[in-house]
Write a protein that binds this ligand. Sequence first.
Ligand SMILES: [Zn+2]
Length: 168
Amino acid sequence: MRDTLVLNASFEPLSTVTLNRAVVLILTDKAVVEQSHPGLRMRGADVDIPVPRVIRLCRYVRVPFRRQAPWSRRGVLIRDQHRCAYCGRRASTVDHVVPRAQGGRDSWLNTVASCAEDNHRKAARTPEQAGMPLLRQPFVPSPAEAMLLAMGAGDRSALPRWLDRSAA
Ligand SMILES: [Zn+2]
């Protein structure tokens, strides 16, 4: 399924998001469907909506250009889709790649989602020291992604079950 175009409340294009994210924005009343794929609907227990091609945010969002998204633990978990960076299982904690004890800071590039076990096992060591390579590299979300993170649209746990399954 193609990505959905997101317009600001002012109708100016902001970014594209996955269909899942678009549906979350609609279901949480943060966006309305401006254009849909003709004849296609998404149906679930409590949901019956057209498959969105273009959505528009209900509230105007000021998108900060060239400004880094503010770091937060919640943001890291959402960015990493609650997947542990060391084993890929469900993550509930945030691990400092370079531990704080060794000068590592709270930043997008130095933090990853981690399961509690791996976080405990890695302790105050770097991935190299612990022999626990990262499955993927942390990244700084773009301002548009940061906006969606802030709105919770990147959080898969916010998805209805049927939709999450269909996307897996
Ligand atoms: Zn893990």
